[in-house]
Design a protein around this ligand. Structure first.
Ligand SMILES: [Zn+2]
Length: 484
């Protein structure tokens, strides 16, 4: 073990050993006070300057004017001058997977998220559910350094799906048994995808999930209209393409034609593109909003693949944090994109631009937008950690305000998952998951990259600790076998 690795490991071990819920000193001493910070209210976008953020027992216990009596003695004090406090970011669409040989590579992503200000991730299924469920509990209990994990466990699919790790069902009895099993494992939501699942079973799954009081998240079969899926209680649409299809005035007819075999997938997309108007989309999105269906656009993953001809990412510095086995899974999408000729490349650029442009229409219609990257295995160069910062940049580039982008990465996710009472904003009683930034994110959302300190479950990780965390990930990754 090198001396550097020894230092990095030691710092991690020490930070993990600190108790999550520190014993009360009995004299009113609290765990942490962040002094004289500007608190960002992500609900309405106000800035509250010169505040002391008082943290105890893993929770925010008070936010008071700097110097007020409540901001008393603290075990640790953080200088908040010139800093902006936001709630910890949540990446609402990540994956852990790639086979059991990659368990340690996936586990190394946990501190990578934290080092980028991400204190919560929603795992949208993969083939390492046993590990992810164990990490979820270990993080919650303070035994593992990582973001809070909300997971679907394995997702619902049809027989012989292309995706590894799925629960494959062919009839309602198998569907019921699959849902029973997921409930027993206390999953946080139910993910359903459409590779081989029949449209009828897909609709049955939406109903059954809603009947059980659970939240669903899905890829929608081409034969089903997004409007019908939303009306049946779909919780969140994963990937903006489906929301685009929903905006076509004849979406129902296109879906029926696909079901009847008179249109293929390509013809459905071309039909949607030929008829889409902002007005038809606005009406459709108001219905999504009324039904409470959220949209996770996952723009970053789509953008990277759409523009691989302009940037092959081979020289990205960030690859030092990604294990060789995970990098090897990137080849699948890179290989598919490499087959495209000039016309196909132009088409995928145009399709990305057209779809990303609906973002402000969704927002204006009142649809809850969730910031999620789709980072993890398979999704080439869409990096766990910094990918969420890229996603927020894209949200602003395509028409959201910095505040709306921040909401998508904080309170929208917490509310979607039913944790709005404990997470998503900075207020007394909320979890002490806080990121201190060196610039104002309401002025320029790129400020989320200027991370000074991450407070996770009440524990303070300053810039030096975050750098040590990153260095530890780099060293772990460098020591991993070339390709398992
Ligand atoms: Zn995904």
């Amino acid at each position: 073990m090198s001396r550097l690795r020894g230092v990095a490991v030691l710092s991690l071990v020490l930070s993990c050993l600190a108790p999550v819920f520190a014993a009360r000193a009995g004299d009113g001493t609290v765990d942490v006070v962040v002094r004289d910070v500007t608190v960002i209210d992500v609900v309405d976008g106000t800035r509250l300057p010169h505040r002391d953020l008082v943290i105890d027992g893993g929770r925010i216990v008070a936010i008071v004017a700097t110097g007020a009596p409540r901001a008393r003695k603290a075990t640790a004090t953080v200088d908040g001058r010139g800093r902006f406090a936001i709630p910890g970011l949540w990446d609402m669409h990540v994956h852990f997977g790639g086979g059991t040989a990659l368990i340690e590579e996936n586990r190394a992503l946990l501190p990578l998220y934290v080092a980028h200000g991400i204190t919560g991730v929603r795992d949208a299924a993969g083939d390492l559910s046993d590990s992810v469920l164990a990490w979820r509990d270990a993080v919650a209990e303070g035994r593992e350094l990582g973001p809070r994990i909300f997971t679907s466990g394995p997702k619902i699919e049809g027989k012989d799906s292309i995706w590894p790790g799925d629960l494959e069902v062919e009839n309602e009895a198998e569907l019921d048994a699959a849902l029973e099993g997921l409930v027993a494992r206390k999953v946080d939501f139910i993910k359903i995808t459409d590779n081989t699942l029949s449209p009828a079973l897909f609709m049955a799954a939406l109903q059954k999930v809603r009947d059980r009081g659970l939240v669903s998240s899905a890829h929608i079969p081409m034969a089903v209209s997004v409007a019908d899926a939303s009306a049946a209680g779909l919780g969140s649409i994963e990937h903006i393409a489906y929301a685009y299809k929903a905006g076509a005035p004849d979406e129902a007819a296109l879906s029926r034609a696909f079901a009847a075999g008179t249109l293929d997938t390509r013809a459905v997309w071309e039909g949607a593109e030929a008829t889409f108007t902002d007005d038809s989309a606005r009406a459709a999105y108001r219905r999504l909003a009324a039904n409470g269906t959220a949209v996770t656009p996952t723009l970053n993953g789509s953008r990277v693949v759409a523009y691989l001809d302009e940037d092959d990412h081979a020289g990205d510095d960030y690859l030092r944090y990604i294990g060789p086995g995970l990098q090897a899974t990137y080849a699948w999408r890179v290989g598919r994109a490499a087959k495209d000729d000039a016309e196909a490349i132009a088409r995928r650029h145009a399709r990305f631009e057209r779809q990303a442009a609906i973002l402000p229409l969704l927002q204006a219609a009142g649809v809850r937008i969730l910031a999620g990257t789709d980072a993890g295995f398979l999704n080439s160069f869409n990096y766990p950690g910094v990918g969420l910062h890229d996603e927020l940049d894209l949200f602003v580039r395509y028409g959201l305000t910095p505040l709306q982008a921040l909401q998508a990465a904080t309170l929208n996710g917490a509310r979607f998952l039913g944790h709005g009472d404990t997470h998503g904003t900075l207020a007394p009683g909320k979890a002490a998951d806080v990121v201190l930034l060196r610039a104002d994110p309401l002025t320029d959302v790129r400020a989320v990259r200027a991370i000074d300190t991450v407070i996770l479950q009440g524990r303070v990780h300053d810039r030096a600790a975050l750098d040590a965390m990153l260095e530890d990930v780099r060293i772990r990754v460098a020591a991993m076998p070339a390709v398992p």
